[in-house]
Design a protein around this ligand. Structure first.
Ligand code: TEU
Length: 549
């Protein structure tokens, strides 16, 4: 980890913790996580050893999509607190050496956003409707959607409106839920609004922005059908015009002190297309999802790491490494299944047998792997505790719009958003710090009883716990000059083993095979994800070493 006094920007090697506010910590006993709860846990995050927080949307929202449906980009939803509390959190974080990245959702807003309400009330062809993608339907009476696009949550990407006289009217585009109308980024008024939103939060001291669905903002002119686009980008994403937006945003953030940054949410498998967003005049970093999607397999992981490093080297950007987030099945569960890969086909994997102990061992090894790789690393809340995906959620409690929109096929993402367990041996495990008995139950009241052994209190100070492994790993990562940003080099290894070095005599060896392997000679273990037995590195275990070349 480079010395903070060096000239290198902080985001090139930072460890960043994702807070999903609704499920992190409830500070007032109403059963919903909030800013008071986050503020109360800042010492916990400092002790964990992270450099920054990424806070998922905390803005005014009807929560049709967990807060990614925003009705006011410049204010905090009362369920989470107030703008003054948000400003206090940012300042308190800075006093403790923690930076704050906020979530920016520019592709769409909530259907309760005032500008969308005005668009619905306005006439076809009006300036209000030009802020979004309103189109007449096709076919007799305009009863068919304007094109064949499908929403990511299922169903058509178009919702028909009803005119003031009660007759069916135009349709509007929503690449996600109908409650999330897409902004029309060809409209200068949309561009200037978001430049204003950027400045609003930069003026309040945020250190960066996580850009939601970064590649979706600009759609192909004419909104053509997706059929027949084989080999070309989908007409709703990765269009050339999007880069001009990010060049203008980069100019804005570069005008502020303190190395303000962007991290792009970019589900882009083509490394060359991915790297174009990270050019020197665009975004500094992007989530590297191929590693998250990869199987627990040495050859596959080695390939992903090599592709990642070469794509980022093209543009001089630091890679990022992430294993889970609020959208993906927690990796303790993924790595505990026979099929350890991930993609959005959750329905096909749901309910498959999970060996939690195996998944936990592999998750521990994966943590040391990602902490040792070049670039920055993200930790999703609860990963540091070794939490697994909660799959046995009663269907009537599911709130993810994918459950409804997929026709009750995809049970969605609630399972990785269960409120965190902090203390005690009974649910809700200290999630609420309110007046005690009067506390309301958590908004998603499905914490497994077995989480009593994975609360922060149970693991804090417990030798060999997940939390203590994360603390030791992040502490060493910060202390090691060769970790964080910078080069790495593979060493020859058995097919099931990843073995690489970082500057300063640092070496990381991960055994992904079924049998123990010999530890390297002339090497002193610094930290291991599990017990080392008689000079051997057991299966599904990682070790950090000081070695002499
Ligand atoms: O997620 C977008 C996302 O993960 C996928 O829908 C992906 O963009 C799509 O499949 C294209 O490959 C972000 C947020 O992380 C998520 O929580 C929101 O629900 C979503 O955008 C809408 O804002």
């Amino acid at each position: 980890m480079q010395d903070p006094t060096e000239s290198e920007p902080w985001w090139r090697g930072a460890a960043i913790f994702q807070v999903y506010p609704r499920s992190f910590m409830d500070g007032n006993g109403d059963g919903t996580g909030d800013i008071a709860g986050i503020r109360s846990r800042l010492p916990y995050l400092v002790e964990l050893g992270v450099d920054a927080l990424w806070i998922s949307p905390w803005y005014v929202s009807p929560l049709a999509d967990g807060g990614y449906d925003i009705a006011d980009y410049r204010d905090i939803d009362p369920a989470f607190g107030t703008l003054a509390e948000a400003e206090a959190l940012i300042a308190e974080g800075h006093d403790l050496g923690l930076r704050t990245i906020v979530d920016l959702v520019p592709n769409h807003c909530s259907d309760q956003h005032p500008w969308f309400r005005a668009a619905l009330a306005a006439d076809p062809g009006s300036a209000e409707r030009a802020l979004f993608h309103f189109r007449p339907g096709r076919g007799p009476g305009g009863d068919l959607p304007p094109n064949d696009w499908q929403a990511h949550f299922g169903g058509s990407a178009w919702q028909r409106t009803t005119d003031a006289d009660g007759r069916p009217g135009e349709w509007y585009l929503h690449m996600f839920a109908p409650e999330q109308p897409d902004w029309n980024w060809d409209n200068p008024a949309v561009r200037s609004e978001f430049e204003s939103v950027l400045r609003f939060w930069l003026d309040r001291g945020v250190d960066g922005f996580r850009i939601d669905v970064t590649d979706h903002l600009v759609k192909e002119q004419g909104l053509p059908d997706s059929a027949g686009h084989h080999g070309r980008p989908d007409p709703w994403r990765d269009q050339e015009g999007v880069h001009e937006i990010y060049r203008s945003w980069r100019t804005i953030t570069d005008g502020y002190p303190g190395e303000r940054m962007f991290v792009a949410e970019l589900w882009e498998n083509n490394p060359a297309r991915f790297a174009r967003y990270l050019r020197a005049d665009e975004l500094q970093t992007a989530f590297n999802f191929p590693l998250l999607k990869s199987a627990w397999d040495a050859a596959e992981l080695r390939g992903v790491i090599d592709d990642t490093l070469s794509a980022h080297a093209l543009v001089g950007a630091p890679p990022t490494w992430v294993l889970s987030n609020h959208d993906t099945t927690r990796h303790v569960t993924r790595y505990g299944r026979a099929d350890t890969t991930y993609d959005f086909d959750r329905a096909g994997r749901f309910g498959r047998p999970v060996d939690v102990d195996l998944g936990t061992r592999r998750a521990r090894a994966a943590a040391l792997l990602t902490f040792a790789l070049p670039g920055s690393v993200y930790v999703y809340q609860g990963d540091e505790l070794g939490l697994w995906e909660v799959e046995d959620i009663p269907d009537e409690l599911r709130q993810d719009p994918t459950w409804l929109r997929s026709g009750h096929v995809d049970r969605g993402r609630d399972g990785c958003r269960v409120p965190l367990p902090w203390s005690g041996t009974e649910r809700p495990f200290g999630f609420s710090a309110g007046p005690g008995d009067a506390d309301a139950p958590p908004w998603l009241d499905v914490q497994p009883a077995a989480w009593k052994d994975r609360t922060a209190a149970a693991e804090s100070g417990a030798p060999g716990s997940h939390l203590e492994l994360y603390r030791a790993g992040l502490r060493l990562r910060r202390a090691e000059p060769g970790l964080g940003d910078g080069p790495m080099g593979w060493l020859p290894s058995a097919p099931d083993v990843l073995d690489f070095t970082r500057p300063g005599g640092f070496r990381c060896v991960v055994n992904l095979g079924p049998s123990p392997v010999a530890l390297p000679e002339r090497a002193e273990p610094l930290l291991a994800s599990g017990p080392l037995e008689g000079g051997l590195l057991p299966s599904d275990t990682a070790v950090w070493l000081r070695w002499e070349e």
